[in-house]
Design a protein around this ligand. Structure first.
Ligand code: GUN
Ligand code: ZN
Length: 563
């Protein structure tokens, strides 16, 4: 415990792709999987019932403590607690009223009172009264609000556990960066990027992406990051790829109330629809014309449910894309929903140094060239950097440029589908393939004598020997050289150091290495093959699940999968 109250939460990375991640998040004994979306529940206006929210896929909900406190439900809520009052057993996140101060011009709410109220109603996640920074704020205004927000987060930390750390700063990236450092020092349970609703309403995605990436770069990696007020399914995939773990949606209900119909490609007016372009249970049983004839209340329920089906459907689509390692491919299709989204993707190039350390070095899915923006995906930029300075014959493949011929079977050069590219069947010496693959992966020239064993069926390299000693194998799916423990001694692999004998024993037995047992490590990238060192000796090799920053910032979970 750094200061203030101790959090009752745990956050652990399970799978990843792009800068997105699938994590297990335990909040007061409730376990959920991120990325996810938290539907906003307003007890005064329940368009979709709690049972239906559950059926549609909600695992955590968010409600507004300020609204409840000013409602006729206040006493009942205090008496029963939120969970019993709402009949919701899972985790409940409460917001503070910051957004109401901004959008309804309500004057400053007492932070102490509202935090105490959140505790009284037994909220699982408590929000301080941060000050909403606007895109139009002058620097001076933004500085003041951001400073005051920091003060309030520190003060709130003394009053509650499981606190949200809101990041403000308007459009000023230096302020956002400073806010990240300050708020992180208060050690909240999660971070929430605030003041972004106007940007989303105005389709100002470039500024939105810039803010999110700036925050992600400057926040500790081991806590969830929430994008306050992001509820349109069109932007979920891009935002997850940039690193957002949590969304909240009032959008499903707000849109329904004004006859709007959400899709992953944007919003339709009910008045404009002749067909429902969706297969959800609501859409298949009726038509837009029929829905238009319904009384407002009934219309609203159907639209809200459809909006939620689409919303949760997109979350599942994103998680599956992370599992298959084709999240960028999904993002590239989603970017076509709005020209400003496509334009905003350039921000990724600006943050390449950060993203190149986040994204997997090898993927289960082939890289699809699906437009010019493919050229600044982190895997592409990194692969281009890794082949810089390598010598010998090359072949030309967009978007990588001149690629050493020995790497024609190595990810991503061999596992990428690019329109117009035709592979020439040039013969390459298997030894050159091994040497260049090692140079590509480990960054040094392999000078040892070795022999190569080819597969009789495919003619591809299977094993690499040094006399009778097996040095390693070439992995079939990505062409990577995977050294044996013996082979590792001839490699210049990145190192992960453990300093505990018991842990070293477990690692030698092939057990996964957890973050908290690592003493220190090189600048490793997710997916890389690394050497585990104990007492200056290589005791095992394994695949990195986390990078260096994450190893030092996550408190739990597997860091290296041992071979
Ligand atoms: N809801 C939407 N934006 C914000 C924000 O910046 N702060 C808080 N507390 N809630 C929000
Ligand atoms: Zn539908």
């Amino acid at each position: 415990m750094k200061n203030g109250k101790r959090n009752d939460c745990m956050f652990e990375l399970k799978d990843r792709d792009a800068n997105g991640r699938i994590c297990k998040w335990v909040v007061n004994d409730h376990e959920i999987t991120t990325p996810t979306i938290m539907p906003v529940v307003n007890p005064s206006k329940m368009v979709v019932s709690i049972e239906d929210l559950k059926k549609l896929g909600a695992k955590i909900i968010i409600t507004n403590s300020f609204i409840i406190r000013n409602s006729r439900f206040k006493e009942e809520c205090v008496q029963k607690g939120l969970h019993e009052f709402l009949k919701w057993k899972g985790p409940i996140y409460t917001d503070s009223g910051t957004f109401q101060m901004f959008s309804q011009g309500i004057k400053d709410i007492s932070q102490e009172e509202i935090i105490e109220f959140q505790n009284q109603i037994k909220s699982d996640i408590v929000t301080p009264v941060d000050l909403f920074t606007l895109p139009d704020d002058t620097k001076k205004q933004a500085i003041e609000k951001t400073k005051e927000t920091s003060k309030r987060v520190f003060a709130a930390k003394q009053l509650t556990k499981n606190l949200v750390g809101p990041i403000q700063g308007g459009l000023f990236l230096d302020l956002r960066k400073k806010a990240c450092k300050e708020i992180a020092a208060a050690d909240p349970e999660l971070f929430a990027i605030g003041g972004i609703v106007p940007l989303m309403e105005q389709y100002r995605y470039k500024e939105l992406f810039e803010i999110i990436l700036t925050c992600k770069e400057n926040l500790p990696a081991g806590k969830p990051v929430h994008a306050f007020g992001a509820g349109h399914p069109m932007i979920f995939a891009p935002l997850v790829a940039l690193g957002v773990d949590l969304f909240d949606s009032a959008m499903y209900a707000l849109a329904a109330a004004s006859d709007r119909y959400l899709t992953v490609n944007g919003t339709h007016q009910l008045a404009d629809l002749t067909e429902f372009p969706c297969n959800c249970p609501e859409c298949v049983k009726t038509t837009p014309e029929e829905v238009r004839q319904l009384p407002k209340q009934d219309r609203e329920i159907i639209l809200a449910k459809h909006n939620l089906y689409v919303t949760f459907g997109e979350i599942r689509t994103i998680r599956q894309a992370i599992k298959e390692n084709n999240l960028w491919e999904l993002v590239q299709t989603r970017l076509r929903a709005h020209p400003n989204l496509l334009e905003a993707f350039e921000t990724v190039k600006k943050h390449k140094k950060y993203l190149m350390k986040q994204d997997l070095i090898s993927k289960k899915s082939a890289l699809f060239y699906s437009g010019k923006e493919t050229e600044f995906r982190p895997e592409v930029l990194r692969a281009k950097e890794m082949i810089k300075g390598m010598s010998g014959q090359t072949f030309l493949k967009k978007p990588f440029g001149k690629v050493p011929t020995g790497l024609k079977g190595v990810y991503p050069f061999g596992q990428s589908i690019v329109p117009g590219f035709k592979e020439k069947s040039a013969k390459v010496d298997p030894k050159d393939i091994v040497r260049q693959t090692i140079e590509y992966q480990y960054g040094f020239k392999f000078k040892e004598n070795f022999s190569v064993e080819l597969s009789r069926q495919t003619g591809r390299i299977r094993r690499v020997w040094r006399g009778k000693q097996l040095l390693g194998t070439i992995r079939a799916n990505d062409g990577f050289f995977i050294p044996t423990l013996e082979g590792a001694k001839y490699m210049d692999m990145k190192k992960v150091i453990v300093d505990d004998e018991e842990i070293a024993k477990h690692v030698k037995a092939g057990k996964s290495l957890f973050v908290r047992f690592i003493d220190r490590c090189d600048d490793i990238i997710p997916g890389e093959e690394v050497a585990i060192i104990y007492n200056k000796e290589i005791i095992a090799t394994g695949t990195a699940i986390l990078n260096k920053k994450e190893i030092s910032e996550f408190q739990r979970g597997v860091a290296i999968k041992i071979r």
